[in-house]
Design a protein around this ligand. Structure first.
Ligand code: C2E
Ligand code: MG
Ligand code: MG
Length: 469
């Protein structure tokens, strides 16, 4: 009996030990699973829900909203001016900034509002509250203000802003995917026209999407060589009253749509990749026209973001200029700040390549983006063009006057030439002249002209001080 009992006891003890270790293993496994799940669903930098979790949460909430017939809103936030900070201060600083953005945004979270980081500098909100479009816009502006407040980094205090696009179910989206796509479209609109502000997807956006896809179709089928022309707008030197350059501006006049503004078709061509071919055609036409002008007149040519964000496209432009009949030293290539934001290093090396030919590099629409002095230093610029928005009614707007005056001082300090765009009236011109502006462009002098009118215009403007009086 004793022996049997002892044996049984031993068996029981061994088994219970095995059992205990099995339970331990199971607990460990569960913890590991939880950790894995957390890693799979959390963004490791900010601790917010990641892209995967955002979509699974959105899908769940969408099913619930459909069932309960309640509203569901998706908001997508993209930071403006983050990429240059990442490029210039380094990735550690960029990460620090994103962590702080994540922390500020997560303070907004509650049972009705969840925040995720979709990747890069993009964040997303899922909102279950029943808000009107006005309330949504007001909330969006609050978020923008939160992002606008300067961030303290170890070496600097930096300021960025955020743009937001919203889309609401069931008002203007019928599936979770559409809700996301339309919020993204609204974000794109906000970045294009209301940078640093909120936009709610609305009915007119649906019409715009339809028009854009119609234009996209027609443009991709068009005989570009024949339908696309280049017009030229003079840039005048106020000191001598002479035309010193012409800016080449694309014009499309086709059989189906008639005249379409470049502000409409250039972005579409950029989106579809057609811009590379368009740039080639435009550049060839512009160079041919400029080769017939007097030697002291320069050509200013607009490059799109795609032209400088791909080494192949940049090389193509390089070859066209090199093989042309005109001295590259007479050419200025205009780029915008946004063009450099996609891939700063690639943009920098494309610009460097084109500059090595002897071309000037002008920063177009300056003042509308978020470039700071240090960011400008990183690009081999020779000119800046002050955006029209600061010039319109400068004679009545002290804020615009101050901005233009300080941009002119900035360009002088940096030994950059400065062209002031969009001068329409004599009063605006007088103010610009009094601030020391020298190179000007705008309807006051001339609208963009067809090539045939250029010779006449050059002759006409050689009257000293005609404009300054
Ligand atoms: P941008 O390069 O800033 O060109 C200046 C725009 O302002 C032109 O519009 C010009 O006609 C307009 N403008 C000039 N003076 C005045 C003025 O006094 N008042 C007003 N209200 N407007 C004035 P446009 O030709 O419609 O071109 C719009 C934009 O489309 C250009 O802005 C540029 O970003 C783009 N674009 C035009 N041609 C080309 C091109 O060949 N290639 C590329 N990549 N983009 C182009
Ligand atoms: Mg331009
Ligand atoms: Mg411009």
């Amino acid at each position: 009996m004793v022996l049997v009992t002892a044996a049984l006891l031993m068996v029981t003890t061994v088994q219970s030990k095995n059992f205990a270790s099995m339970i331990d293993a199971r607990v460990e496994l569960e913890a590991a699973n939880k950790e894995n799940e957390k890693l799979a669903n959390r963004d490791s930098l900010t601790g917010l829900a990641n892209r995967r979790q955002f979509f699974s949460h959105l899908n769940q909430e969408f099913v619930l909203a459909e069932r309960s017939k309640s509203k569901l809103t998706v908001g997508i936030i993209d930071l403006d001016g983050f990429k240059p900070i990442n490029d210039l201060y380094g990735h550690a600083m960029g990460d620090n900034l994103l962590t702080q953005v994540g922390a500020r945004l997560s303070e907004l979270a509650n049972e009705h509002l969840s925040i995720s980081r979709l990747g890069g500098d993009e964040f997303a909100l899922v909102i279950k509250n029943d808000l009107t479009n006005e309330q949504l816009l007001a909330f969006g502006r609050e978020v923008c203000e939160i992002l606008n407040t300067p961030f303290a980094l170890p070496d600097a205090s930096v300021q960025i802003s955020g743009s937001i696009g919203f889309a609401v179910y069931p008002d203007l989206a019928s599936s979770a995917h559409e809700l996301y796509e339309r919020a993204d479209y609204a974000l794109y609109q906000s970045k294009k026209t209301n940078r640093g502000d909120a936009v709610v997807f609305c009915k007119s956006h649906i019409r715009d999407i339809e028009t854009d896809s119609k234009i996209e179709l027609i443009l991709s089928d068009a005989n570009l060589e024949q339908e696309i022309a280049v017009f030229f707008q003079p840039i005048v030197d106020l000191k001598t009253s002479r035309t010193v350059a012409f800016e080449a501006l694309a014009r499309w006049d086709g059989p189906i749509l008639g005249k379409v503004s470049p502000a409409v078709f250039i972005p579409i061509a950029e989106k579809t990749g057609l811009i590379t071919r368009l740039t080639e055609i435009l550049l060839n036409k512009a160079l041919l026209a400029a080769s017939r002008w007097p030697d002291d007149i320069r050509l200013s040519f607009n490059l799109s973001a795609k032209d400088i964000s791909s080494p192949i496209a940049a090389m193509k432009i390089f070859k066209i200029i090199k093989n042309s009949q005109i001295d590259p030293k007479r050419i200025d290539l205009e780029i915008t700040e946004t063009a450099t934001m996609f891939d700063f290093e690639q943009a920098q090396s494309s610009i460097q390549l084109l500059k090595s030919l002897g071309c000037g590099i002008a920063l177009d629409d300056f003042g509308t983006g978020f470039s700071s002095l240090s960011q400008l230093h990183a690009l081999p610029l020779t000119k800046i063009k002050i955006d029209r928005s600061f010039v319109t009614q400068i004679d009545q707007k002290p804020a615009s006057y101050k901005i233009v005056k300080s941009l002119l001082a900035l360009s002088r300090d940096m030994h950059l030439q400065c062209v002031i765009e969009g001068v329409e009236t004599k009063d605006e011109l007088k103010v610009i002249d009094s601030c020391g502006g020298q190179f000007v462009q705008g309807y006051f002098f001339s609208e963009p002209l067809p090539e045939t009118e250029i010779a006449h215009f050059i002759k006409e403007t050689v009257t000293p001080h005609r404009f300054a009086q």
